[in-house]
Design a protein around this ligand. Structure first.
Ligand code: GLP
Length: 242
């Protein structure tokens, strides 16, 4: 695993943007795997700024997102489809039909998982951006998820509901289920870019980099990926003794 250690969140976002920018300029029809959460917001702001200032084109780019809450769609500002449009897609001129997210409002969730999985099979990510949960989850693959998992419906861990409650008006409003890419879908990406900042991620980052490869800490599977870069700030890296 390549590790890029940065001073703070802004420097982490700068370094992540450099990695992303290289992929998009090298391949104007790249497939970008994207993540939600607060961690990649700085990266997305830099992509938007670069598009505005330098005209980097996303007309041929396709995107696939990691996950979505069950029951939420564009009408909810807590949905991941809303998050992606407001924080990135509307600012980079990407045709919305080239952007893909599992449909949290699908009437038949099993069919939606199969549809999204088939779509991912045909859209291998040139780069997959990831954040990390404080319990070591990636996307919504909670501890215990099999390494061979594909797109599935997940019951969120209590700790994840608590972590994500800060983004909702009340903890009761946090959906208890989500649709998520599985670990196999994530590992299928040609390149992984995982970002982490803040002391709250230090334990998870330790497990990601130095821990045993175990389903108890899903991100540890990334140790087996041939091209994985971790960009993290000093607080998140504090247990690594780099
Ligand atoms: C959610 C998302 C993950 C994300 C995690 C961390 O659970 N499903 O993809 O990595 O939150 O979020 P944050 O970046 O806000 O810490």
């Amino acid at each position: 695993m390549n590790i890029i250690l940065t001073k703070d969140y802004e420097a982490m976002s700068d370094a992540a943007f450099c990695v992303m920018q290289a992929v998009v300029t090298r391949n104007p029809s790249a497939v970008l795997g994207l993540a939600t959460g607060t961690t990649p917001l700085g990266l997305y702001a830099r992509m938007a700024e670069d598009h505005r200032k330098n005209g980097t084109s996303y007309l041929g780019v396709r995107t696939v997102n990691l996950d979505e809450y069950v029951g939420l769609g564009m009408e909810s500002d807590q949905s991941y489809v809303y998050f992606m449009r407001k924080n990135l897609f509307e600012h980079i001129g990407i045709p919305l039909e080239n952007t893909h997210i599992a449909n949290g409002k699908a009437p038949d969730l099993a069919a939606e998982c199969a549809r999204y999985n088939a779509l991912l099979d045909g859209l291998q990510q040139d780069i997959q951006v990831l954040g990390i949960g404080s319990n070591g989850h990636i996307a919504f693959n909670e501890p215990g998820t099999p390494f061979g998992s594909t797109v599935h419906v997940v019951d969120l861990a209590e700790s994840t509901v608590r972590d994500n409650a800060r983004l909702f008006a009340r903890e009761e409003d946090v959906p208890r289920r989500a649709l998520t890419m599985g670990l196999k879908n994530i590992m299928h990406a040609k390149k992984i870019l995982i970002l982490a900042n803040g002391a709250g991620k230090a334990n998870a980052v330790y497990g990601l980099v130095r821990g045993e490869v175990t389903t108890a800490l899903p991100a540890s599977i990334l140790q087996l990926h041939p091209d994985c870069t971790l960009v993290c700030d000093e607080a998140a890296a504090s247990l690594l003794s780099l």
